[in-house]
Design a protein around this ligand. Structure first.
Ligand code: SF4
Ligand code: SF4
Length: 301
């Protein structure tokens, strides 16, 4: 079983469109959306939930007002300013509570409970392309890296149960904690970029991350015809660091049309000039699947 993670240093480069297309083209894969803060692969894949689970992580303090004597001791112990005196009633702001438990231990009448925090939900679903594991973190909740790890483990278990050969994961944009978690144990990172100054800059950041963690990576240049200069610069960067360019895709409105129709680009057969983009993506996907040779990380990126 191999795990391919599709990443981009920034949003809007075409990462999710390509992930959906790869999910369509793969004959035997488990699909996984690792963008738990702002997931959108479900919009294209229309998953039907078969299992729904709560994601609980960390703890939060809650005052039982029937026990609280309003002594005020917890006000002083909380270094995060999470406890307020509201006209003689002590209340805790859950957005400020860091779950340090100091107030729970201090309270002389054990009026502060410390339940696990319900931070989001995750699902195992069925799609027209096969099984999908995905999640949504509630707004403002943390621990997205932990949820990403949970999803990856679920996807692996599912792939083993179904003897699937491939996991296709749509990673989070950027280079933060959920992206680092996305890379753990991945066999290959496909980095989607576009030939613009920010595209090159963000590609360099995410490629540096992959090389730091010794994860083999390759690049797809989307909308390559936007700028010959920056396409050349991306290719030069890839050459310099031993990164394979899997392929290039031109700027094409069929991406938007597929999104509006909630389809993968490769499903748009017979539409818009016989969907040559779909054929280009198929060739890129075949190269990716055939790509086995590990790369050597360079020291200065
Ligand atoms: S320490 Fe306990 S009893 Fe005192 S104000 Fe806080 S919650 Fe209420
Ligand atoms: S658990 Fe810690 S951060 Fe939360 S309210 Fe109590 S003292 Fe403040």
């Amino acid at each position: 079983m191999r795990e391919i993670v599709v990443l981009s240093g920034k949003g809007g480069a075409g990462k999710t469109s390509l992930s959906a297309a790869f999910a369509h083209l793969a004959e035997d894969a488990v699909v996984c959306d690792l963008d738990v803060d702002a997931p959108d692969l479900h919009i294209l894949l229309d998953p039907k939930a078969e299992q729904t689970r709560e994601f609980v992580s960390g703890n939060e303090a809650l005052i039982d007002q029937t026990l609280c004597t309003a002594c005020g001791q917890c006000l002083d112990i909380c270094h995060f300013g999470a406890i307020k005196d509201d006209n003689g009633q002590m209340i805790i702001d859950p957005t400020r509570c860091e779950g340090c438990k100091s107030c729970v231990v201090l309270c002389p009448v054990q009026a502060i409970e410390f339940p696990e925090k319900h931070c989001g939900e995750w699902w195992i679903s069925d799609t027209r392309f096969g099984p999908m594991v995905h999640a949504r973190l509630f707004p403002g909740e943390e621990n997205s890296g932990k949820l990403v790890t949970l999803l990856k483990n679920q996807a692996r278990d599912l792939a083993e149960q179904r003897h699937a050969e491939l996991i296709i994961a749509d990673g989070a944009p950027g280079i933060g904690c959920p992206v680092i978690s996305s890379l753990a144990r991945a066999d290959l990172a496909v980095l989607v970029t576009e030939p613009t100054p920010s595209g090159l800059h963000d590609l360099q950041r995410v490629a540096k991350l992959c090389l730091h963690f010794r994860i083999t990576c390759g690049v797809v240049i989307n909308k390559y015809d936007l700028s010959t200069e920056y396409e050349d610069r991306i290719e030069a960067y890839c050459r310099e660091h031993g990164i394979t360019v899997f392929g290039r895709l031109p700027h094409d409105p069929i991406f938007t049309q597929a999104m509006v129709q909630r389809k993968a680009v490769t499903e748009m057969v017979g539409q818009e000039a016989d969907n040559t983009i779909g054929q280009d993506i198929r060739r890129i996907f075949e190269r990716i699947v055939q790509f086995h040779k590990p790369q050597t990380a360079t020291s200065s990126v």
